[in-house]
Ligand binder design. Structure first.
Ligand code: ADP
Ligand code: MG
Length: 391
């Protein structure tokens, strides 16, 4: 789909409402991780450089429509000013006249947009009010784009709208990975449960050439094929669903890659006594905690032939050694191929990003999405309201 970027807009002398995600972690009144703040800097600076006046809109925590002083965005001001290298004017409840009087050089941060219930209700009155505060709307919060709220969706219909730098970067990376990818495309889907990723698996089997299923969710697929997975994490009630996904994949010509060997242990803890067996030989008192080396070798082979990789979910219980081995090895392989210019690699998901960082592979990936829910909904093939509204 087509969306405008900042380059398509005449920003000179314009007040630009910018929806950002600066929902950063705070401890004792201090921002402890400025990643999200750092990532909006290009958008804000580019607007200023083009003669525009940025008015930042953002939510912070879950105040549930009430004014909760502990959830004031004021706490982010020092970090925001440090990242931007300029002062930022904080305004609790902006009004149209006040905003009209702003002069170039001013950067405004508006108080937590979720202090009123109208935000999450996507109340048209709130959207109308927001539209009186600026001339242009710019959405730079992909991570909030799966929610149709007044600042992410409603106001976009009332002003000339565009994507910010971060949003544009994220959308192009995702488009490259799944929208119109170079084939063959491999998807790696792991994690704990099939039940949380049903829509995602259903969408992927129709779109990718190879689908690696790993982690706890692979057990459900193995069990659905009559394999005894012992005490492994497994959703036995989803056996029919798993078989339906396998059938859909077969129809679509998508190769499903399940573990060919597995690492089993009797305890879910670091360095638990373990061994590698074929799935058919999992002892009934043991659980599968990782994929084995033969599986990794086959995944590497498939990646060697692939052009595009999209990854969500670790291949094993990566938090506890040595059950991070398959995830680490596959991550390193993908990183190498990407560095060599042979693979476009895109990954997202809270635990996935942690796992790829732990493997030292994240840096080399083409794109790492930190968008969480929005990334997953996009992988599910859903239209994100915040993105659709920019079209
Ligand atoms: P993401 O946050 O990237 O979407 P998930 O939350 O779906 O990923 O999955 C991550 C979790 O899956 C991790 O906590 C990991 O320990 C767990 N997991 C992976 N493989 C197994 C397994 N074989 N048994 C139990 N848990 C597993
Ligand atoms: Mg998770």
């Amino acid at each position: 789909m087509a969306w405008k970027t900042l380059d398509d807009m005449d920003l000179n002398g314009k007040r630009v409402l910018v929806r950002v995600d600066i929902n950063v972690p705070v401890e004792n009144g201090v921002v402890t991780d400025t990643t999200r703040i750092d990532r909006i800097v290009p958008t804000v600076k580019d607007i200023v450089a083009a003669g525009g006046i940025p008015i930042l809109l953002a939510h912070f925590g879950r105040p549930k429509g009430k004014v909760v002083p502990e959830m004031s965005l004021r706490v982010t001001l020092p970090a925001l000013e440090a990242a931007l290298g300029s002062s930022v004017t904080f305004i609790e409840v902006p009004n149209a006249d006040e905003m009209k009087a702003l002069t170039h050089g001013t950067i405004v941060l508006v108080e937590n947009t979720r202090f009123t219930p109208m935000e999450e209700e996507n109340n048209p009155e709130m959207a109308k009010y927001l539209a009186t505060l600026g001339d242009i709307y710019c959405n730079d919060a992909f991570s909030a784009a799966h929610r149709a709220h007044a600042t992410t969706e409603g106001v976009a219909h009332l002003l000339p709208s565009c994507a910010g730098r971060l949003m544009a970067e994220e959308l192009s990376a995702l488009e490259q990975a799944l929208g119109s990818p170079v084939r063959p495309v491999v998807a790696v889907v792991g994690g704990a449960k099939v039940s949380t990723k049903l829509d995602l698996l259903g969408n992927l089997v129709g779109k990718v050439d190879h689908l690696v299923i790993g982690g706890g969710m692979a057990n459900t697929f193995l069990a659905a094929q009559g394999i005894n997975v012992g005490k492994s994490l497994c959703e036995h009630d989803l056996a029919d669903t798993a078989r339906a996904i396998l059938a859909k994949a077969a129809d679509a010509g998508c190769e499903i890659i399940l573990p060919r060997d597995v690492v089993v242990a009797r305890e879910f803890k670091a360095n638990a006594d373990n061994k590698t067996v074929v799935p058919e030989s999992v002892p009934s008192d043991a659980m599968i905690l990782d994929a084995g080396p033969e599986t990794v070798a086959y995944i590497s082979e498939v990646l060697d032939r692939a052009e595009t990789l999209i990854w969500n979910g670790p291949l094993g219980a990566f938090e506890i050694e040595p059950f991070d081995a398959a995830t680490n090895a596959a991550a390193k392989k993908a990183a190498e191929l990407t560095k060599a210019g042979k693979l476009v690699s895109v990954a997202g998901g809270g635990d996935t990003v942690a796992a790829l960082n732990k493997a030292g592979a994240a840096e080399a990936f083409t794109y790492i999405s930190t968008a969480g829910g929005a990334f997953l909904e996009w992988m599910e093939g859903k239209v994100l309201p915040g993105v659709a509204a920019l079209g």
